[in-house]
Ligand binder design. Structure first.
Ligand code: MG
Length: 250
């Protein structure tokens, strides 16, 4: 069931989302050659706890960390580890959520580590722009399919592919709520967007084919062809004045 948030609930959610955005920024500032993804996760957890919030992902479905940190060919759900040391030229997707006063925020960004290749930079630029193409469609009385269609069209026109096996989602009192928000689809199809709906739009874009598989740790999702993958996400609210991005740092 899709939940509609009141103005008061949206204001509480904005707080959770700002903490999530601050945690993501802190993670990005820490990305550099030589740091472990475990150290970045610790920075994220400390930031969130310092705000009086708790990390949404820690323990979610048994996930063992506060942030998902996914390097290069890892699409999503990378588990931070002391043995995963970032190197110059890596691309580093960080996905983080915070729970505060009853609501979750959720956001992700793929950071360059040191100097990255032109092709990696082009993938990051296209994925980030595709998120904004999707957000533009998140207007009252549009449908979920309008978002996915816009993301897919933008991505495929640049020769990349959209991951099918994982999608965006409603977000609020629960981290994952209805509706599902695929990054592919048909305009005019799916759930109608109404004021007070809050959704996480999160294109996952592969340099090669869209196929993914899960590693033996049951979490880490990688591209089947071993090529790069990028991931950008915002939590947004549908409002009569248009889409409002909630996961922004003040
Ligand atoms: Mg999400």
């Amino acid at each position: 069931m899709v939940s509609i948030k009141t103005a008061r609930e949206l204001s509480l959610m904005k707080d959770a989302c700002e903490i999530s955005a601050g945690a993501l920024r802190a993670a990005g500032e820490a990305v550099r050659p030589g740091i472990s993804t475990y150290e970045i996760d610790t920075i994220v957890r400390r930031y969130i706890e310092k705000q009086g919030a708790s990390p949404s992902f820690l323990g979610y479905g048994g996930f063992p960390a506060s942030a998902c940190i996914s390097v290069n060919n890892v699409v999503i759900h990378g588990i931070p580890a002391k043995t995963t040391i970032l190197r110059d030229g890596d691309i580093v997707s960080v996905d983080v959520g915070a729970f505060y006063r009853g609501f979750h925020g959720d956001n992700a960004y793929t950071f360059p580590c040191g100097t990255i290749s032109e092709s990696a930079k082009a993938l990051l630029d296209a994925t980030r722009e595709s998120l904004y193409e999707g957000i533009k469609q998140a207007t009252v009385f549009n449908r979920i399919g309008d978002i996915g269609h816009a993301v897919q069209e933008y991505v495929e026109a640049r020769g990349y592919s959209v991951v099918r096996n994982y999608v965006g989602h409603g977000v609020g009192a629960k981290l994952h709520e209805d509706p599902s928000v695929p990054n592919y689809g048909t305009s005019g199809r799916g759930v109608k967007l109404l004021p007070g709906m809050t959704i996480a739009i999160e294109p996952m874009v592969n340099e090669g084919a869209h196929h993914t598989r899960v590693l033996g740790d049951k979490w880490t999702v990688v591209t089947v062809d071993g090529r790069l993958s990028a991931h950008f996400e915002h939590t947004i609210a549908i409002t009569p004045d248009g889409p409002r991005i909630l996961t922004l740092c003040e």
